[in-house]
Design a protein around this ligand. Structure first.
Ligand code: DGT
Ligand code: MG
Ligand code: MG
Ligand code: MG
Ligand code: MG
Length: 295
């Protein structure tokens, strides 16, 4: 097929494949959310509405892209793990990064009114994104441990800081000074002795961040009764019921023009998306879900 005489410029478009057989981690982060959270009067230190909206956008993304096996969110960021052998968009770096970032962002905006019914968006929020490749399970686990440890460190600091300001009548400068150089134990102590706040009783969502996984539903009736931190969520589009357990690993440019095959009913084990606020640093989370790292 001969193109126009201009078509040679296509050759300047270089391939950007991601290394095969490596874990793809994509982290999205709100752009200038310091300003965005101020302008939209987010509660300090944690705005539950804002965090739930992030979870909602992540859930929509993982429903659309089933090769994302794990999401972890805190503050204005979300990290997503794709299964090791994914062939999503033929592993093209820019294609994956831009479509995931764009889809997440539009979900954030799309669902905004549901979580902030009385706060119209004052301007369009945006997210930046990066992809990091990890060769081994160890690094993937350490990556997610790093993010959850970060959640804890930031949340402990912010919780004490805003208690000093909001309940202790300190200025922000004074609160910073009070906390300078304090270890974790001292922060717990300030919280409890001065404000009667037991840090460990604060919402798990704030302390642990949000963990989103596709869980296999066992044949037996699904039982979520013995896990306090676990919230079963329904896909409001109803797509889960028909599309589950069907990996969408060939969403490349050529397939986008094909009609979507949503009608095929599956009799295989069903999966459901779960949002939890649990520990992911220890072994238990991973040992009970070997499929997350199995490829
Ligand atoms: P960036 O990411 O370099 O474009 O800049 P920022 O401003 O987004 O900085 P980042 O991502 O390091 O920090 C997240 C900001 O978002 C931080 O200033 C606090 C704000 N933020 C996130 N979640 C909440 C929340 O629940 N409540 C409030 N008040 N602020 C939040
Ligand atoms: Mg950023
Ligand atoms: Mg940010
Ligand atoms: Mg951030
Ligand atoms: Mg196109």
């Amino acid at each position: 097929m001969a193109g126009s005489k201009y078509a040679y410029v296509r050759h300047f478009e270089l391939p950007d494949p991601l290394l095969p057989a490596t874990f793809i981690v994509c982290r999205l982060d709100g752009h200038s959310f310091h300003r965005f959270s101020d302008e939209h009067a987010f509660a300090k230190p944690n705005d539950e509405r804002a965090l739930k909206l992030m979870d909602r956008a992540a859930q929509s993304l993982m429903t659309e892209y089933k090769d994302i096996v794990l999401g972890f969110g805190e503050s204005d960021e979300f990290s997503f793990l794709l299964r090791k052998t994914t062939n999503l968009y033929n592993r093209r770096h820019a294609k994956i990064l831009t479509t995931l970032t764009s889809f997440f962002t539009s979900c954030y905006v799309f669902h905004w009114p549901q979580y902030f019914p009385d706060t119209p968006l004052r301007y369009p929020p945006s997210f930046d994104g990066r992809i990091v490749l990890y060769p081994n399970e160890r690094e993937v686990r350490d990556y997610f441990s790093w993010r959850q440890a970060d959640t804890h460190i930031n949340n402990l600091y912010n919780t004490v800081f805003w208690a000093l300001v909001q309940q202790g009548a300190q200025t922000t400068t004074e609160a910073h000074a009070t906390l300078r150089g304090t270890l974790s134990k001292a922060k717990h102590e300030i919280l409890f002795s001065r404000f009667r706040i037991n840090y460990n009783e604060i919402f798990p969502r704030f302390r642990k961040g949000s963990v989103i996984v596709w869980e296999q539903i066992p044949d037996a009736p699904h039982d979520i009764g013995n896990s306090q931190d676990m919230v079963s969520t329904q896909d409001p589009s109803g797509d889960n019921a028909v599309e589950n357990s069907e990996p969408s690993n060939d969403k490349d440019a050529t397939s986008s023009s094909q009609p979507k095959q949503k009608q095929k009913l599956q009799v295989k084990p069903r999966t459901t998306i779960e949002i939890m606020h649990c520990d992911i640093i220890g072994d238990e989370f991973w040992q009970t879900r070997p499929y997350l790292l199995s490829g």
